[in-house]
Design a protein around this ligand. Structure first.
Ligand SMILES: [Zn+2]
Length: 283
C-alpha cells in the first residue's frame, strides 16, 4: 500500500458534472433531491477517514438519500464513466492520480479501474464521492469485491487517508523447501489497530498469496545466477547482491514485497549457503 494525495476535485463538482445536460425526468429529480444527502455523506466520510474511523458503524446518512439502486449504477456507469459526459474528466483524473498507474492498494499491479473503497451497493450516497474512489488494479478490485469493514480494525488501509509509507509494517520470511516459499505477514512490532488493519489489508486483497507468488517467480528467475555467484565469489558477495537488490527492486517504498523478499533472502543462512549450494543437484 502506498499513500496518494486526496483527490483535488470536490464531491459537489462531480455531482454537478453528472447532472450537466442530463435529461429531465424522475431520475434527475431523485438525484437532485439526494444531492444534499450525498454531500453530507461525503463530508462525514472525510471526517471519518481523517480520524481512521471509516470502518466503524458509519453514519446513517451513508445509506440514505432516496436513490434507487439503478440510479447509483446510472450515476457511475452511464455518467461518470461515459466519454460523452462532462463528469468523465474526473474519472480520468482519478485514474491518472496513481503514479505510473501503479495500484496503491498492492503497490505492484497496473491501475485498471476505480475501486469503491466502501461498496456502492451498501453506501450509495458516496458512490461518486472522489474520496471513496481509489484507482486500483483488476486483482485488488476483484479480491476486495463488496468487502465492507465491520469495525475500525477490519478496514483495509485507505490510500487517501492512511499514510503509513514511512512506517515499516510488512515482513517476509523464507520457509525451507524446494522451491523455497516466502511467507508475508505484518511485522510483530506493529501495534494495536494498525496491526489489525494491515492484516485485514493483506488478507482481504489476498496479498499474502499474491506477494508470495511474485516472490516465488523472482526466486526462480534469480536462482541460477545466485548459485553461480556463490560458487565464484562466495557467500558474502551473494548477501551483498541481495541487499542491493532489496534497494534496487524495492524502489523508494519501505513496504514493497520485493524489498521484503530480498532483505529476507540476504539474512537467511539456509538460502544463501545450503539451498544455493545444492542448486546444481536440484536443476
Ligand atoms: Zn492492486
Amino acid at each position: 500500500m502506498f499513500n496518494l494525495q486526496r483527490p483535488g476535485m470536490g464531491h459537489e463538482e462531480v455531482i454537478r458534472d453528472i447532472l450537466y445536460r442530463m435529461r429531465l425526468g424522475p431520475r434527475r429529480v431523485r438525484i437532485e433531491a439526494a444531492t444534499p444527502h450525498m454531500l453530507d455523506a461525503g463530508r462525514a466520510y472525510a471526517v471519518a477517514g481523517a480520524g481512521e474511523r471509516l470502518g466503524d458503524a458509519l453514519p446513517r446518512e451513508f445509506a440514505a438519500g432516496g436513490l434507487a439502486s439503478d440510479d447509483v449504477k446510472y450515476q457511475y456507469e452511464d455518467r461518470l464513466l461515459s466519454k460523452s459526459c462532462r463528469a468523465r474528466r474526473h474519472y480520468d483524473a482519478l485514474m491518472e492520480s496513481a503514479p505510473n498507474r501503479r495500484c496503491p492498494y498492492c503497490g505492484t499491479g497496473t491501475v485498471y479501474t476505480l475501486d469503491h473503497y466502501l461498496p456502492k451497493s451498501v453506501f450509495p450516497t458516496v458512490s461518486v464521492c472522489p474520496d471513496n474512489l481509489v484507482p486500483s488494479c483488476r486483482d485488488c478490485n476483484s479480491e476486495k469485491g463488496e468487502y465492507r469493514p465491520t469495525g475500525a480494525s477490519t478496514a483495509i488501509l485507505h490510500p487517501y487517508f492512511d499514510d503509513v509509507d514511512d512506517l515499516p509494517w510488512l515482513s517476509a520470511r523464507i520457509s525451507r523447501g524446494t522451491p523455497p516459499v516466502v511467507i508475508y505477514r505484518v511485522r510483530g512490532d506493529v501495534l494495536n489497530e494498525l496491526r489489525l488493519r494491515a492484516e485485514a489489508h493483506l488478507h482481504v486483497l489476498d496479498l499474502v498469496n499474491r506477494y508470495s507468488w511474485l516472490a516465488a517467480q523472482a526466486i526462480a528467475d534469480d536462482t541460477a545466477r545466485l548459485a553461480a555467484m556463490l560458487q565464484e565469489q562466495g557467500v558474502d558477495a551473494v548477501r551483498a547482491h541481495l541487499r542491493e537488490q532489496a534497494e534496487v527492486r524495492g524502489g523508494s517504498r519501505l513496504n514493497s514485497w520485493a524489498r521484503m523478499l530480498y532483505q529476507a533472502l540476504a539474512v537467511d543462512d539456509w538460502f544463501c549457503e545450503n539451498y544455493l549450494a545444492d542448486v546444481d543437484a536440484l536443476m
